[in-house]
Every structure is written in C-alpha cells, then in structure tokens.
Design a protein around this ligand. Structure first.
Ligand code: CA
Length: 257
C-alpha cells in the first residue's frame, strides 16, 4: 500500500504539497480527530501529519459530524467526553449515515471507563485506546485498523448464500433483496464467518481476527454482536449457528452464485 505517491507525500516537510495536481491525487490517508483537549489535539495532529496523514480536527461532536460528512475521512479518532454531543452519540450517527457507515472509528477513552468499552463496541466502534496512551502506539493502531479495512475489499466478489447477498467491495448486505444496514464491525464479523463457513470459529479466534489481538474485549461482547447481527439479518440470521461451549459457525447454505 505504500505506493510512490504516498512515500513522496511522506517525505515532504509537514504541510507541504507538490502542487495542485498532487493534492487531488494524493493517497495520504485522511484522519479526523474529534477531541476537545486542545493540547492533545495539537500533539495528535502533529504526529499524524509527520506519519504522512492528512489531518482534520474538531473540538465538538457536531463539528466532527459535519467534517466527517464533508471530507469522508478514512478513519475517525473519537473522544468519548465532548462538550456538546457524547462520543457515543457521535459514533452512532456516523454509523447511521451511509456516507460514513464503513469508516472505522477508534474511541479515545479515559482510563477505567470499562462500561464505555462495551458500549463503544455495541455502537460499532472499531477499536479503543485508553488515555493516557502512547502516540506512537496509536499511530500503529490506526495503521492496523486501516490495513484491516483494505483487505476487507478483497476478494472483490459478491457472495450469495440462499437469500443472503454479501458484496465485500461495496460493503453491502442484502437479505431477500432488502439492504441490511450493518456497522463496520458487524460487517467484518459476518464476512469472517461467511469466508470460513461450515467451520466452527471459537470466540477467541473471532476476537483475534475481527476485533484485533490487543484488546481487552470480553467474550460476551462477541455474543452481543452475534445476537444483534442475527436480528438484523432476519430470516438469514439462523445461518449463524451457535456451537455450544465452542463458538459460532456459519451454516451450510446453498450457494446461488
Ligand atoms: Ca474530552
């Protein structure tokens, strides 16, 4: 993914561009930081610019939503405690808007906000970082989440299983022709189960492959997501089978490609 253009962009001094032609074609990942602590925003902005990102910042939730809709960032860093809207609400609205639904969201949370961890995943956040955090580690985490998103486009194919249609590239799921609105995390969970259909996936495997290794997510969080996913899938929800004491399996449905 480190193509020449991005390397060129990265090598340029912070903020400088090669010219208008490059501004429009640059592949620098765009990141939106929604955080009300000015010092933290400055630190993050500086470090992500240095790391080759195009950075947008907002100190209010509503401002963040407006920028997200206008600039369609590749990823959003979202503080939970904002002066106007709660981060949880901002995340929910991002995931409700088709334009930003598939945009990964990393929640910035104060130490020990365990409740918020769970709530964050239930509203579709992709990862967490607990304050205070190492900025270097955060940059690595952001890259990991972006890489996860890139591989999600492959294979660029449409899988049809009975009444269920999954378009990996367009990030769209249909059941009996009706589009189902899934969060980025639900989509990844479904895609993982479908790619490995007929094979049992343990909760640990799903935690590693869907949520990412370095998270303190409880296994019951997976159960919550599976339950929500089944509900959203309606008739096709029964294809996700519970294997007691082990995990989950996407059942053998007739392929109708
Ligand atoms: Ca805050």
């Amino acid at each position: 993914m480190w193509n020449l253009r991005r390397i060129v962009t990265k090598l340029l001094p912070s903020g400088e561009r090669l010219g208008t032609g490059f501004v429009t074609t640059t592949t620098s990942p765009k990141i939106l930081i929604v955080e009300d602590e000015a010092d933290l925003v400055r630190t993050l902005e500086y470090n992500f610019r240095q790391a080759g990102f195009e950075v947008y910042t907002a100190t209010l939730g509503r401002e963040g939503l407006r920028i997200a809709a206008a600039k369609t960032p590749d990823l959003v860093l979202l503080d939970l405690m904002l002066p106007d809207l709660q981060g949880v609400e901002v995340c929910r609205l991002l995931k409700a808007d088709p334009k930003t639904r598939a945009t990964p969201v990393i929640i910035l949370t104060a130490r020990g906000e365990e409740v918020d961890r769970v709530v964050g995943f239930e509203i579709g956040a992709d990862d967490y970082v607990t304050k205070p955090f190492s900025v270097r580690e955060l940059v690595l985490r952001v890259r990991a989440v972006l890489r996860r998103g890139e591989t999600s486009g492959r294979p660029a194919e449409v899988v049809k299983l009975g009444q269920l249609t999954i378009d990996s590239e367009a990030h769209r799921v249909h059941v009996e022709g009706r589009e189902i609105s899934l969060t980025a995390l639900e989509f990844r969970l479904l895609r993982t189960l479908v790619q490995r259909r007929d094979r049992v996936q343990t909760r640990e495997t799903l935690l590693n492959d869907v949520w990412g290794l370095n998270l303190n997510v409880e296994t019951r969080t997976i159960d919550t997501h599976i339950k929500r996913l089944r509900e959203k899938l309606g008739k096709a929800g029964s294809l996700i089978e519970t294997v007691r004491g082990v995990g989950y399996r996407f059942g053998a449905a007739e392929e109708t490609v």
